[in-house]
Design a protein around this ligand. Structure first.
Ligand code: MTE
Ligand code: HPA
Ligand code: MOS
Length: 764
């Protein structure tokens, strides 16, 4: 049984030795051409004309492409409102307006600069406040309501009103958006860095005017996606494909980091208004909130992200009287998109910020406020009607409180703050209760193809895409344990729309949940046939095997042997050979769908999630009040991931997600000039965490929980939930400043050194 073991990540050796192949590592074919994007020079303008005239004398120039060359110039994962190439109008700075095709990748930047685009600049909308004034919206969600908020607010002992603001975030995947398109007679084969091969297939098909069966999208792996390649990889693939189709030659596109950062969308900045009522103990009696996000120029996944923010406003806390409204605004910023957590962090952070403020107002420790508001017992229904089953939150809070020595350290922090004039320390514990499932029900399905070979090894293909998160390894473990064979006897093959159709993005942390389950179902089909072979082992005539899905009970597959209920043992390999000789199929294709998901959007009520992955984290920070410098002294994390499929991978995901979130709430600050040029478009100015920034003491643990009956192997998804725990670093900074200033401190995220200083100066 390889479930629960630290089976080595299938790319680990390749990654450290440099042998893993990414898109741009694929050797060029001799007639290959290179594609570059011409970015707009204005955030909002009419486009009067595009001229490639000046490029004609350049020896490398092959041709220019505009919107007119596309069959259907619109795409969008939910609403088709985004042009593949802008025509007539540009709606954000650096929006792709044209393509140039070159014989050499090295002259692309030169060629791009030679393209003449005639713009008429117009006034743009750049902030949520301006969009509000102009009534420029992308989506208004149906509100969630429970109880009587107005009445409860009136009756509340205390009220706090405020606006919580958090910034966007650049994905900073190490492999930029990239694709090579290969014309293969009348099929276009796109090899892409995409979390969503089926969507890429569709966008390419529409852009080229071809039916879907003439497009194949293949993804071997990504050098990171983090949500940035859920939707936005698709138009990049269309750029390569349209050129490949026109020229009948392979076409390669691979953005530079600077281009990628300027052109592609990011995490949504939010600006959430709220009024909260609470009693003397800090029990929240009413919460009224309006979540507001900056969607940028086009819809993309913004409506779904906004809704996930609403679903996570409650965080780990029961809200009896609650009203949550939400609006996504349309601005002339880059089109914001999925990013690890998918709006969840922006919602969850709001309530954690509110709780810090309640604690400061009442002069209590925020941990006490969190504990009394935490979901427990019969107080286990979310504002949208889902019951929090298998709720581990109270245990997580209490255990981490103990193991992190919270009480003792809180005292030490207080003493430190009394003794130090120019330094302040803060301590804060936050939590997550992350809903697992795509909130659009139809996306919660997957299919798998399992092929068993005569030497007893297996190839498996699903729609899941590997981006470093280890989904391939978890699928490999699933198949190995199903057949009772070694993980090294299972190979997870390149993801391709040719083998797995109509797949969902590898997203919503449910890649492993859905695809492991589909692979498991396919294995069960083959196993049933092998069992029938075993039952009829000594029959002389050809063995007939019925493909009934009824699982014969009592047979076990272990150590490459199959054992009958009576204890008779067969070599798995012998059964495989016998199956083949008896003309019994050793391949299976299976489908899986998550059961029990029901949510009524018009009522804002139901159970959109399969289950919740949960966790708590406590962070201790020190800020220098003269320079704003921030040090994270210690972080303790405790998570409930059910029964871990691969502890090593799950720990890697937990640590990675936490640090990525810590970057979001501390140093990653997107800066623009007045025209909305992104100033922080490279690692020299955009500061992600590095090894020195991680907590000086960092403890990561998981609790034992084998009771999650709603997912394969009783596991729980890990990809996004720990991201939410990074918020504890920000609330710890807020705690440090609140205590030092003896007041509720309004601080936006990220808490950059500069922001820490400004906030301190404003409140002291
Ligand atoms: N881990 C790595 N190394 N690279 C990534 O791009 N993406 C995250 C998470 N972990 C990501 C990652 C995001 S946004 C999601 S939704 C999940 O992985 C997707 O994979 P899963 O559903 O298989 O967990
Ligand atoms: N999470 C992540 N990605 C998604 C979702 C979701 O709920 N819905 C569509 N894409
Ligand atoms: Mo993850 S943001 O759901 O790709």
């Amino acid at each position: 049984m390889s479930i629960g073991k630290n089976v080595i990540h299938d790319s680990a050796l390749g990654h450290v030795s440099g042998q893993s192949q990414y898109i741009d590592d694929i050797p060029s074919q001799k007639n290959e051409v290179y594609v570059g994007i011409v970015p707009s020079c204005f955030a909002c303008a009419d486009v009067k004309g595009i001229s490639f005239e000046k490029l004609n004398s350049h020896p490398d120039f092959i041709m220019g492409i505009t919107a007119d060359d596309l069959h259907d110039n619109s795409w969008g994962t939910i609403v088709h409102d985004q042009p593949v190439l802008a025509s007539q109008k540009v709606n954000y700075m650096s929006e792709p307006v044209a393509l140039v095709v070159s014989k050499s990748r090295y002259s692309l930047q030169e060629l791009i600069k030679l393209v003449d685009v005639d713009y008429r600049e117009k006034k743009g909308i750049f902030t949520i406040d301006d969009a509000k004034l102009e009534k420029s919206t992308i989506y208004k969600a149906h509100p969630f309501k429970r109880g009587d908020v107005q009445k409860a607010l009136k009756k509340s002992m205390h009220l706090l009103k405020g606006t919580f603001k958090c910034g966007g975030q650049e994905h900073f995947y190490l492999e930029s958006q990239a694709c090579i398109a290969y014309p293969d007679e009348d099929v276009m084969r796109v090899v892409s860095s995409s979390q969503h091969p089926s969507e890429t297939q569709r966008v390419v098909a529409h852009a080229l005017g071809l039916p879907l069966h003439h497009i194949v999208c293949e993804v071997k792996r990504m050098g990171g996606g983090f949500g940035g390649k859920e939707s936005q990889g698709a138009p990049i693939a269309a750029y390569a494909a349209i050129v490949a189709k026109k020229l009948g030659k392979p076409a390669r596109i691979s953005l530079t980091v600077d281009e990628d950062m300027k052109i592609t969308g990011k995490r949504h900045p939010f600006q959430n208004e709220y009024v909260v009522g609470f009693d003397n103990k800090g029990k929240i009696t009413a919460l009224k909130a309006h979540l507001q996000s900056d969607g940028g120029a086009y819809s993309d996944l913004s409506s779904s992200i906004l809704e996930r923010a609403m679903f996570h406003l409650d965080g780990a806390y029961y809200l009896e009287n609650v009203e949550i409204k939400a609006t996504c605004y349309k601005t002339n910023n880059h089109s914001n998109t999925a990013f690890r957590g998918f709006g969840g962090p922006q919602g969850n952070m709001t309530i954690e910020s509110i709780i810090e403020d309640i604690a400061q107002t009442l002069g209590l420790d925020s941990y006490e406020i969190r504990k009394i508001n935490c979901y427990r017992g019969s107080k286990n229904i979310t504002p949208y009607g889902q019951k929090v089953e298998n709720n581990m939150l109270p245990e997580l809070f209490e255990k981490l409180h103990k193991t992190s020595q919270y009480k003792k350290r809180k005292k030490q922090v207080e003493e430190f703050n009394k003794k130090n004039k120019y330094k302040a320390r803060g301590l804060s514990m936050t939590a997550t209760k992350f809903g697992i499932a795509f909130t659009a029900k139809f996306l919660n399905q997957a299919n798998a193809l399992v092929n068993m070979h005569l030497d007893g090894t297996v190839q498996v293909s699903t729609g899941a895409t590997e981006m470093g998160q280890g989904v391939n390894t978890k699928i490999q473990q699933t198949v190995a344990s199903a057949f009772g064979i070694k993980p090294s006897s299972v190979k997870v093959m390149t993801t391709s729309t040719e083998k797995n159709h109509n797949t969902s993005a590898t997203a919503a942390s449910s890649g492993a949940d859905l695809n492991c389950a589909a692979a498991f179902n396919a294995c069960e089909m083959i196993k049933e046939r092998l069992i029938q072979i075993a039952k009829n082992y000594n029959i002389k005539n050809e063995i007939e095997v019925s493909d009934s899905l009824k699982r014969t009970k009592g047979y076990t597959f272990k150590n490459e042997k199959v054992t009958s209920p009576s204890g008779k043992k067969y070599n798995l390999k012998d059964l495989i050979t016998k199956a083949y000789l008896n003309r019994v199929s050793l391949g299976a294709y299976a489908h899986f769908k998550t059961k029990g998901l029901e949510f009524d959007k018009d009522k804002g009520w139901g159970s959109p999630f399969n289950y919740f992955s949960q966790g708590t984290a406590v962070s201790e920070v020190e800020v220098d009040l003269l320079t704003g410098e921030l040090k994270v002294l210690r972080t303790d994390i405790l998570m409930d991931l059910g029964r871990l499929i691969n502890p090593g991978i799950d720990k890697g995901q937990t640590v990675g997600a936490f640090i990525q979130a810590m970057g979001w709430v501390t140093t990653e600050n997107l800066c623009y000039d007045d025209k909305r040029n992104l100033l922080t478009h490279s690692p020299t100015t955009y500061k992600i965490p590095n090894i020195q920034d991680i907590p000086r003491e960092f403890k990561v643990n998981f609790i034992q929980n084998h009771e999650n009956k709603r997912n394969i192997f009783q596991s729980k998804a890990v990809g996004e939930p720990p991201f939410v725990l990074g918020i504890s670093v920000w609330t710890a900074v807020k705690n440090a400043l609140s205590v030092k200033c003896s007041s509720v401190v309004e601080m936006s995220s990220p808490a950059t050194n500069e922001n820490i200083l400004i906030t301190y100066e404003k409140h002291r």
